[in-house]
Write a protein of this length. Structure first.
Length: 325
């Protein structure tokens, strides 16, 4: 795969405008959304919140099922500190091209394909004349994509990971079975089926707050539901067999690699139940120049937690970016 180019940006290129639902994002007023195209064809959406003046630009990698509008408040926080923010709808989710006829299915042919999205995103940052230096914030599935991108030469000065999906939280005995199902599904032409126990059914229930695994902040939880109620085209259902198989293989490969030298902060909530905490502890224990910060009481979406947790993350990550500017 071709390495990322860190060449500076000098001339803006006009990118086709894309829809953006500002009324549910609650982000900075200055915002633009654009269509871009990955090298293998899928149309993607990037959303850009510029700071003026800008100390640099954050490349924000969202997780599975997510979409740009969900990060409006996060963008507002970082723009207030002087950092522009550029995020993306990965292939198969948000307003990006869905990859299978059933648009509720979370599917990818190969996990490596997401790196083509990353390359298109970096090119878009240059087209938009986004201010250097670049930094990375990556959540959940975006954490797996982001770690691979760092190994491939992503041109960022420092990285922040939020509950990164460096492993999927499942009983160890189920991993061999999930891999076997993935191989068999490829041989039988069923790799686009929903993974066992998954479906396209979507639940927008305000009464589920206490049981939700995403955030302990009720206001944030309510905002998430209202976004999808207002714009159901942003929603995504369960993953396919192929997505799970590809994710398990990719996260195992990443776990076996020596962590990069990029300065790094990783955040993990003590109430995490979606990704594998043991993998995160293992990788961060070997990451020279990396720190793992545990967040007491936080669930999976640490960037969308209670105001005190968000304020702590904002201050610590901006200090990391400032130190590595």
């Amino acid at each position: 795969m071709q390495a990322f180019s860190p060449d500076p940006m000098t001339v803006a290129t006009e990118l086709p405008p894309a829809p953006f639902h500002a009324e549910v994002a609650h982000g900075p007023e200055a915002v633009s959304a654009h269509w871009i195209t990955a090298a293998d064809g899928p149309r993607l959406r990037v959303v850009y919140w510029p700071a003026d003046p800008a100390k640099g630009t954050i490349l924000l990698f969202p997780g599975r099922t997510e979409y740009a509008e969900k990060y409006g408040q996060t963008a507002r926080d970082y723009v207030s500190k002087g950092y522009s923010v550029l995020t993306i709808d990965w292939r198969g989710q948000g307003l990006a091209a869905r990859l299978v006829p059933d648009v509720a299915k979370g599917h990818v042919h190969r996990f490596r394909d997401y790196q083509l999205d990353v390359q298109a995103m970096v090119a878009a940052a240059k087209d938009l004349c986004a201010a250097a230096p670049f930094f990375l914030i990556a959540h959940s599935m975006g954490g797996a994509i982001g770690l691979r991108a760092l190994h491939d030469g992503l041109p960022v000065r420092a990285a922040v990971f939020s509950a990164p999906m460096w492993g999927i939280n499942m009983h160890p005995a189920l991993r061999p079975a999930a891999l076997a199902i993935g191989v068999i599904s490829q041989l039988t032409g069923r790799s686009q089926n929903y993974a066992p126990g998954q479906s396209g059914e979507l639940h927008f229930d305000f009464d589920d707050f206490e049981a939700n695994s995403l955030t302990s902040d009720r206001d944030t939880y309510t905002t998430m539901i209202r976004q999808l109620q207002a714009h159901p085209a942003l929603a995504l259902g369960g993953p396919t067999v192929q997505w799970v198989y590809s994710a398990l293989r990719e996260t195992k490969r990443l776990a076996d690699m020596t962590p990069p030298n990029t300065p790094c902060l990783t955040y993990l909530g003590t109430e995490e139940s979606i990704v594998d905490p043991a993998r995160i502890h293992s990788i961060m224990s070997r990451w020279k120049g990396g720190e793992l910060h545990m967040l007491d009481g936080a669930r999976h979406e640490v960037l969308m937690e209670t105001p005190p947790i968000r304020a702590r993350i904002l201050d610590e990550t901006c200090a990391l970016f400032s130190k590595n500017s």
